[in-house]
Ligand binder design. Structure first.
Ligand code: SF4
Ligand SMILES: [Zn+2]
Length: 143
């Protein structure tokens, strides 16, 4: 189990213009990123349902976890019990399978419940150090 909000470091929306999630003109794009790219959609959904549980429906704005405010309100009203395990998605075109020894591969191992090799552990630790140092998880490409 990951501690609190560590998952946010893996959020696909970290690397995108936040307006995409708030302008109706780009909702389709936002939903695609949430549903097809983001590795932490389930964690995101848990968090937003919890955060919005005391929110009036009109304040559920933008796309979060691939859902509109109305869709989240509906889930909330239906008393959605969270904690559903994310189904690993097969890598599709435009999302090549990361090689071992990268943070992406580390995350894939975790998502899929695979054993994590040392190269991937090291890459993840390096990314963590990089994040603490620079505030970004983007690790420069190896030479
Ligand atoms: S699922 Fe949540 S964390 Fe992932 S891209 Fe969408 S809004 Fe961001
Ligand atoms: Zn690996």
């Amino acid at each position: 189990m990951e501690t609190s909000r560590e998952w946010e470091l893996k959020a696909a929306c970290r690397w995108e213009d936040p307006d995409i999630w708030f302008s109706k003109a780009t909702w389709t794009k936002a939903k695609r990123i949430c549903n097809q790219v983001c590795p932490v959609r389930e964690e995101c959904l848990e968090a937003i349902l919890a955060r919005e549980s005391l929110t009036a429906d009109t304040y559920r704005v933008g796309i979060v976890a691939g859902l509109t405010g109305a869709q989240r309100a509906k889930l909330h009203a239906a008393g959605r019990a969270p904690k559903k395990k994310a189904t690993p998605k097969p890598p599709g075109p435009g999302r090549p399978r990361a090689e071992c020894g990268t943070k992406s591969a580390y995350e894939r191992h975790r998502r899929n419940g695979e054993p994590i090799d040392q190269a991937c552990r090291d890459a993840n630790a390096q990314a963590g150090r990089e994040y603490r140092r620079t505030g970004s998880t983007k690790v420069p490409a190896p030479c």
